[in-house]
Design a protein around this ligand. Sequence first.
Ligand code: AMP
Length: 409
Amino acid sequence: MIPNAPKGTDDVLPPESERWRRLLRTFDRMAESYGYGLVMTPLFEATELFARGVGEATEVVEKQMYTFEDKGGRSVTLRPEATASVVRAYLQAGRQGVFKGAYSGPMFRYEQPQAGRRRQFFQVGIEYLAEPSPEADVEVIEFGYRLLEQLGIGDVVVLLNSIGDPGDRIAYRDLLVAYLRDREADLSDEARRRIDSNPLRVLDSKADAAIVAEAPVPIEHLGPEAAGHLAGVRQGLERLDIPYEIAPRIVRGLDYYNRTVFEYLSRSYVAAQDALGGGGRYDLLAEMLGGAPMPAVGLAMGVDRIILAMPEEQEPAALDAFVVVADPNRRGAALRLVSDLRRQGLRVDTDLGERSVKAQFRVAGRRRASAVVVVGEEWEDGEVTVRRMAGGEEERIRIEEVPTWLGPR
Ligand code: AMP
C-alpha cells in the first residue's frame, strides 16, 4: 500500500497548479512594484516565539500548533503564521528603520479539515515595519484588494475595524466583561471560558452571535489617537476607491493587533463568510518579543482559498510549441531546436519516447501546446513544418523564422 498524504494536506499537480503559478507570479510582481523585498524565514521556530507573539490564550496557540520536541530536547513549532517570524528576523538582524518585506509559503495549524481549511495551507503576505502612519495601513489594505482584483475575483469587500490601543482597551474590556457576565448562562462554553482569558474573541464567535450583536464594541470606545488613525485609514481608502465596510465585531484571532484590523470577503468564494485574507496593525508585537517598541502593519492572504475563488476560465495554452520528430534521423537537430527556443524564453517541449508522428501529435494536444513544429526531411532545406493546434493550414517556414512565427510569449 502506498501511504497517503496526511489528513488536511494537499498535493498540487498540473494542470491545476497553473493557477497557483499565476497567483504566486502576480503576488511576486506586485510585491516588487510596491517595494516589498523578499523575506524567507524557517518553517519551524522556537515554540516560545508563537506563545509570546501570537498569544497564549488564542485558539491558534491553545489548540492548533504542531509542537514537538526535537532530538536536542528543544520545543519547536511548525509556524502557524509568519508575522512573528518576520519581526523576529528583523530584530535578530539588528535592522532599524522602515522595512517592507513579502513572504510566501506553507503554514501549519491543527484544524478540523474542510474545503479551504487545511492543516498545511499556503499564505502570501506583506509586512510594513517601523511605520506608524495610517497611510501604511492603507497601502497594505490596498495591496490585498488589488491582488484579488488582478486575479479576477469579483465582489470583494474589505471589512474594516479598529480595536483601539491597549490603553483604550482597559476601560472597554471591563465594560465587555460586565456585559458578558450578565449573560453568562446563555453563552457557549467556549465564550464562557474566554470571558477572563480573551473576552475580545467572544465578539467574533458565531455561536454567540445573538448576544454579541448587542455587546459594546471597541470602535465605540477609541481614544483620540486611535480614532484619528482610523479616520486617516478611511480617508486613504476612499482616495484610492477601495470599497470597505466598517465591521465592529471583527477582532481577528491573534493577540498582537491594535488599532486597524481588516479582512477580505468575496461572494465568489463558496464559504463566503470565510475570509480570503486579513491583517492589521501590530504596534505591540516587537516589544512582546523583547525588542524595542516598533509600529507595524501587515496582511496574510490564504492562497488555498483564493485558488477556490478564482474564476473558472479557459486555461491558456501551457506550451508555445511542441516539437514533433517526423524523421528519426533528425532527432538531434530537433533537440537542439528545442533548446534554442527555450533559451529565448519560449515554453517548448518534445516527446523523448521515439513514438509515431500521430502519437506525438496526441501528446502535443494533451500538453495543451498552442502549436506544433515538425522536424522532418525538409530540415535538409533549412525548413520545418508548422501548424497551429487551434486549426489552420500546415506551412513550411525557415528554421530561423520559428520564434517569430510562434510570436512573443
Ligand atoms: P489569519 O491571519 O489566521 O486570519 O489567516 C489569514 C488567512 O489565511 C485567512 O484569511 C485564510 O484565508 C487563510 N487561512 C487561515 N487558516 C487557514 C487554514 N487552516 N486553511 C486554509 N487557509 C487558512
